[in-house]
Design a protein around this ligand. Sequence first.
Ligand code: FAD
Length: 462
Amino acid sequence: SVAIVLFTGDLRLHDHPPLRAALAAADEVVPLFVADQAIEQAGFLVPNRAAFLADCLADLDAGLRRRGGRLVLRHGDVVEEVCRVAAQTDAREVHLAAGPSGYAHRREQRLRDALAAGGGPQRRLVVHDGVAHVVAPGEVTPGSKDHFAVFTPYLRQWSGQALRAVGAAPRVVRVPDGVQGEPLPERSRVAGVSPGLARGGEDAARARLSAWLRDGLDAYEERHDDMAGDATSRLSPHLHFGTLSPVECVRRARERGGAGAEAFVRQVAWRDFHHQVLAARPQCATEDYRSRGDRWRGAGDGDGAADDVAAWREGRTGYPIVDAAMRQLAHEGWMHNRGRLLAASFLAKTLYVDWRVGARHFLDLLVDGDVANNQLNWQWVAGTGTDTRPNRVLNPLLQARRYDPDGAYVRRWVPELRDVVGRPVHEPWRLPEEQRAALDYPAPIAELSASLDRFRRARGRG
Ligand code: FAD
């Protein structure tokens, strides 16, 4: 008998419940990945994520080959391709991880209908929860509501859930003969990739996790906001592409224990939190979760907003900490969480530009770019989401002094300021005129107190 495992955002062999179930149910398994035309046409597969995905697929294929199998890649409509492979191999089961997005739900529904239709032999779709999450969306809810809107009570419930055991990678995967696949994409053929983009794939992910647990976890609580120290796990792209199991991350961190582990696990819970919000409110990918009556400036507005947005995107706002963060994003396709917070706050609250403009730019570059976590973190910062302090504005200067006290992060990412010693690097406009004039670095594009007034007036608070 044959079963199909449809890989989506779960590109790994370790701790993979759909693969395990398929291997238990059938003698032969088709590990299938469909380069889904709907996702490609939606513009979601930007160069950084396309390149990282190519690494992940190559590594998944290599892992399967070491076990006697291979990855079958097809292009086209995901439902049609699954049905085609099912008919060709007479597969009776299709195993798939549940996804939190509206798109994933529709895909499941269409697959279920298509497999049941046609009058042929019975084919079953099995959807597995808890592959991409520690706690799947909808698994814990507050009373009669369909999702948690506040993180702290969510975390309490989330932390109390029993974790399933972590499954080992299979030893052997037998793939039926004659299933046609197409060549895998190659990272080197993707144009427009950030020069410092990390490498993807399960091997890289597992190596990163082990190194992180050994060398980084213990100091995480103290050091996670030290921008120059770069002391966070950098596991986000691996979690996004599912080359790591979040359950395994949490279990192994808890085994190690301590305050660092607790703080890290709490961050992983944020990921599930946003996914359960988006699963219950899919429209929040584009609409305010809670409207505050904002009349944002748009990227195309004629009041200088277009120039402001361009300066923000290119990292030349004249606020070094914001510019450093934006340049890290361009260079690596990744940004430190503190940078994301203050760069997003600067766009939404200081420049008063629509959060969707910023969220789009982040999604165009972030290798971990994820609709739930990106859009809902943007909304959190803009004060239209689940933040309990929606009108708070992060002051980029205070943030810089606190989270990059010596200016090392700024000097790393803004070469024009590399020779400015110490803290003055955060306020180049205060440097002696002669020194200032010699720097090829712009003056601030916005004045902080006037910007704060505009925001407060907009929110009816000043
Ligand atoms: P660590 O600090 O080591 O945390 C461990 C893991 O916890 C991360 O890998 C991530 O999976 C999860 N996590 C941490 N913080 C958050 C958070 N605030 N929300 C959700 N999950 C979190 N994260 C994404 O994965 N994709 C995005 O598209 C994304 N966009 C963001 C946009 C903005 C404006 C902001 C403020 C945050 C965004 N984040 C996003 C959350 C967070 O910044 C990143 O997950 C984190 O910086 C990744 O680095 P790390 O793996 O070293 O994190």
